[in-house]
Design a protein around this ligand. Structure first.
Ligand code: SF4
Length: 605
């Protein structure tokens, strides 16, 4: 017995066929599941240089080894693909019940390949996979799409779907499941490029059974007891992630006005306590007692009068202070517009901030904005641009390609205002105020992402956040640990206070794979996953030149940022050298043949 299903389902949209495949047990021992397995399959199966929005790209959906069990905070699911934003690999995680249903149907992974000839949706039930006409779902928002599928196929149907933005190929479209989204890197755009509107699953009969059931149950009981008393979990349960907005501003980490400043007047209106006042019900993922979400009522726009699950911190930052806005209800309503069209709130917010700065500098004018006079703090203008992005109309046509591509089209000063790493917009952590975080984002194999190696010691103030030396090894260590967590989809919030040692105990009781009981071995697996991602990117032509930060962070002193005021990242080269050395990469950022061999990846050398 094991909590591993041991099978994947491969669906070919071009031919309308599908087949089951065994996943070798050695794959789980070497790459765990979710992110790790996704990377392994994509590295092996994607030819170098393929266009991310072509039928040659694949979507790998996965759930973790511990997903669907009694353990708390392990039941989100993952999407891994080649990103249309960056050209690198990308992995994005999402809640909802979809992943658990997938496992109950008997699969750890679903690989979707090819492209349907016309708008299609898939259903998966006891009889197999059905390729169905999605013409009547075309243009529907994710919520309406899911409701229609439940009405048609039964209330227990769980679906993953895209909105209008995914259909129209806005480059940072999301995949939605329930009220949650796989947000980053354009995973919904890839789904749309395959003419795939939705995948609907019926729950199966298979229950994940632990290898040592009594031991596993005892560990699950201990985990719940531990989480009950953890203060961070309790804060997340009550306030959700918005509570960190003020904490970050005190340290100068909160990005304001397109990453030029680190504080905003009126912050008191958008604190965690303020968002708590309008939280009407808790919300969260399957199998999670933390339930960090919260349902709030939308006051304007297409979802007016209904509730959404949100906003979480990244949406607060991107749709609020980054645009010079400190208005709680605007942030909720703007979040709803992003959800309605199915676009990533981070990339959308950064793209709107980019446009406001361009307008301020005279790079674009009212002839480009459809008559909008953009300025910081302008709610109407920001909302209009979000709508244009979602519909891919007006200036939204350009902004919906992301700031890197938009700056390439506009040229000149626009390049200085485009805040991205490898083509992916930066999330809500200012690299000039936390230099190790800057290194982690610069070296991230998926572009600008805050969850690729979160420097907890730096954020907690145990390490000087402004120092630019001595951080390479710790960031490399954070990235390895994060790769393990992502490959189990151990939610960083829903497992507050737990460590790799705890996960090792869970894994042995769940699977009987003895080597997974060693923290050293888990760390080695994490490094192997990061290394294989790097090999994928090297094969695509990425290297040290791409491990960088936006020019703004390297040369423009951060303003109004408390203890981080005046900071730049002055010596990224030293940080990079240390990091490469810690991982056994060459000075060009390429894994050395010796390190590949040590990680069991020698064939790639
Ligand atoms: S803590 Fe929040 S994001 Fe994490 S699993 Fe629980 S509800 Fe989902």
């Amino acid at each position: 017995m094991s909590t591993i299903a041991g099978k994947l389902l491969r669906i070919d949209l071009t031919t309308g066929t599908h087949r089951e495949e065994d996943i070798p047990r050695s794959h789980f021992a070497q790459f765990l599941s979710a992110r790790g397995l996704g990377v392994k399959y994509l590295y092996d199966e994607l030819a170098p240089g393929i266009e991310p929005l072509s039928p040659e790209n694949k979507l790998v959906l996965g759930i973790g080894i511990l997903g669907g069990t009694r353990l708390q905070g392990f039941s989100k699911w993952s999407v891994v693909t080649k990103s249309p934003m960056t050209g690198t690999l990308v992995r994005s995680f999402v809640g909802g019940n979809f992943g658990v249903w997938m496992k109950s149907a008997g699969y750890d992974q679903i690989i979707i390949e090819g492209m349907a000839a016309s708008p299609t949706y898939l259903t998966l039930d006891a009889e197999g996979v059905h390729h169905l006409d999605a013409a009547d779902l075309t243009g529907l928002d994710p919520r309406e799409t899911q409701q229609r599928l439940k009405a048609r196929h039964g209330v227990r149907t769980e679906a993953a779907c895209i909105g209008l933005a995914g259909e129209k190929q806005v480059r940072y479209a999301v995949i939605t499941a329930g009220e949650r989204t796989a947000s980053r890197g354009g995973v919904g755009t890839v789904m749309g490029s395959k003419n795939l509107k939705a995948i609907a699953i019926q729950p199966g009969k298979r229950k994940p059974m632990a290898h040592e059931p009594a031991r596993f149950d005892e560990l699950a009981r201990q985990q719940i007891a531990m989480l009950r008393t953890n203060p961070r979990r309790k804060a997340l349960n009550t306030l959700g992630t918005p509570y960190i907005t003020t904490v970050l501003m005190e340290k100068g980490i909160l990005p304001v006005r397109n990453f030029r400043e680190g504080s905003i007047d009126g912050i008191a209106a958008i604190t965690g306590d303020e968002f708590l006042k309008v939280k009407e019900a808790p919300a969260g993922c399957y199998g999670c007692m933390t339930r960090c979400g919260g349902m709030r009522t939308v006051a304007s726009g297409p979802y007016r009068g209904t509730q959404i699950d949100g906003p979480e911190y990244e949406s607060v930052f991107a749709l609020g202070p980054l645009l010079g806005i400190a208005d709680r209800q605007f942030i909720i309503d703007a979040n709803a517009v992003c959800d309605f069209y199915g676009i990533d709130t981070i990339s959308a917010g950064v793209s709107v901030a980019f446009a406001v700065e361009l307008f301020e500098r005279g790079v674009i004018g009212m002839q480009d904005t459809g008559g909008l006079a953009l300025c910081w703090g302008d709610r109407l203008g920001a909302m209009a641009l979000l709508e244009q992005i979602g519909r891919r109309e007006g200036l939204g046509e350009l902004l919906g390609q992301g700031v890197k591509r938009a700056a390439e089209v506009l040229g000149g000063a626009a390049r200085d205002c485009a805040v991205h790493i490898k083509g992916l917009e930066i999330p809500g952590y200012e690299p000039r105020a936390v230099k190790g975080y800057g290194l982690s984002m610069a070296t991230s194999n998926i572009g600008g992402n805050h969850m690729y190696g979160r420097p907890r010691d730096e954020l907690a103030g145990k390490v000087d956040p402004l120092t630019e030396v001595g951080k390479g090894a710790s960031i490399a260590g954070n990235q390895k640990a994060q790769a393990v967590e992502d490959s189990l989809i151990a939610c960083t919030f829903g497992n507050s206070g737990l460590t790799l040692e705890d996960y090792a105990g869970f894994l042995v009781a769940a699977t009987g794979i003895a080597e997974l009981g060693s923290v050293d071995e888990l760390t080695r697996i994490g490094e192997r996953i990061v290394c294989l991602e790097r090999c994928f990117n090297v094969r695509e032509g990425f290297g040290r030149k791409d491990d960088t930060l936006p020019k703004r962070m390297l040369t423009e002193p951060l303003e109004k940022a408390g203890p981080a005021s005046g900071q730049t990242v002055a010596d990224l080269d030293t940080l990079l050298d240390e990091y490469y050395q810690a991982l056994g990469y060459t000075p060009d950022g390429v894994p050395s043949p010796d390190r590949l061999a040590e990680l069991g990846l020698g064939a790639l050398g």
